[in-house]
Write a protein that binds this ligand. Structure first.
Ligand SMILES: Nc1ncnc2c1ncn2[C@@H]1O[C@H](COP(=O)(O)OP(=O)(O)O)[C@@H](O)[C@H]1O
Ligand SMILES: [Mg+2]
Length: 294
């Protein structure tokens, strides 16, 4: 059920698909302030090692969740995969080629939606689609926009602006925009974190439905154990920072399509949930204890 090492698939093992994404011994150090100005003002600070030596292989068509205590470095890792943040040490390879910056092969969904407020739903999608492929005809773009608006259940809201939409609907636009560029990998940083519980549940079900249709590789950061168990094939549990590592990778064996009721009946459900709860409790308590003793 569980793999002790993250690099569980050996290159000689013909039965396992080749990794689509290889994270190899990746560390992230945020440099301290040590310039002349800082020296003069006495405001120097030491380097901060956020992530230390993380390795992870992700096969195509896998839904991977990353879970760990607040501030451990989850967003830092995702931003490095997105090419939005530099890699201090190690490599991240997409289909064997090192990631050096952002690209249309990776679509990003943010907790804060990050939509253009002056554009309608349709215009937000059009902007993304035409930026990625400027040669696309208007007809071609329209077809893609229509398809993805339909996929996320937003038909009828095409001409609305983000401020006219609920949080749940805004995030549907965020998901449609990320998918409309047809990325190889969808990256989501706490996509439902700003939503109320009910809307969150609806959107989780929607993501499960969409994933069944698309089967794209997804890497999603979440704080929710239930969300991770509903959606993921693998759950990467990170330790607390500084120098956060991968503690363990859980394989989630529930058959698809899934829903909340059926996964709870699965024999592995309660053990997996208990394992995640104890991991998060242990790591979060250690963070709190470190804070108290400072
Ligand atoms: N630009 C930055 N400069 C310095 N430290 C940063 C920067 N971004 C994040 N950090 C630090 O790195 C750690 C990990 O942050 P983050 O990846 O946002 O955590 P998470 O997403 O797991 O909550 C935190 O201690 C945070 O303060
Ligand atoms: Mg974060």
């Amino acid at each position: 059920m569980r793999s002790a090492s993250v690099n569980s698939s050996s290159p000689t093992d013909q039965s396992s698909p080749l990794p689509q994404l290889s994270i190899r011994n990746v560390s992230k150090v945020f440099p301290g302030k040590r310039g002349l100005f800082n020296k003069l003002s006495g405001k120097t600070s030491r380097d901060f090692v956020a992530i230390e030596d993380i390795s992870l292989e992700i096969e195509p068509n896998t839904f991977v969740s990353i879970i760990g205590p607040s501030g451990c470095g989850k967003s830092t890792l995702l931003n490095m995969i997105a090419g939005l943040s530099s890699i201090s040490e190690g490599d991240i390879l997409l289909n064997g080629a090192p990631i050096t910056g952002p690209g249309p092969d990776r679509g990003m969904v943010f907790q804060s939606y990050a939509l253009m407020p002056w554009m309608t739903v349709e215009e937000n999608l059009r902007f993304a689609v035409e930026t990625v492929d400027p040669t696309l005809s208007t007809k071609g773009a329209n077809r893609i926009i229509k398809e993805y608006i339909q996929l996320v259940g937003l038909t009828g809201a095409e001409r609305k602006h983000p401020h006219e939409l609920s949080g749940g609907m805004r995030q549907r636009v965020g998901i449609a925009r990320a998918l409309a560029i047809n990325p190889q990998i969808l990256l989501m940083d706490e996509p439902f974190g700003a939503l109320d519980a009910l809307t969150r549940g609806f959107l989780q079900d929607e993501v499960e439905r969409i994933w069944e249709q698309q089967r794209k590789t997804v890497i999603m950061i979440t704080h929710s154990i239930d969300e991770a168990l509903l959606l993921s094939d693998r759950i990467v549990m990170m330790t607390r920072g500084p120098a956060a590592r991968v503690d363990e990778v859980l394989e989630v064996p529930f058959p698809r399509p899934r829903n909340r009721e059926t996964i709870e009946q699965h024999p592995a459900y309660h053990a997996l949930k208990a394992e995640m709860e104890s991991h998060l409790f242990r790591e979060t308590r250690a963070v709190e204890e470190a804070r108290m003793s400072r």
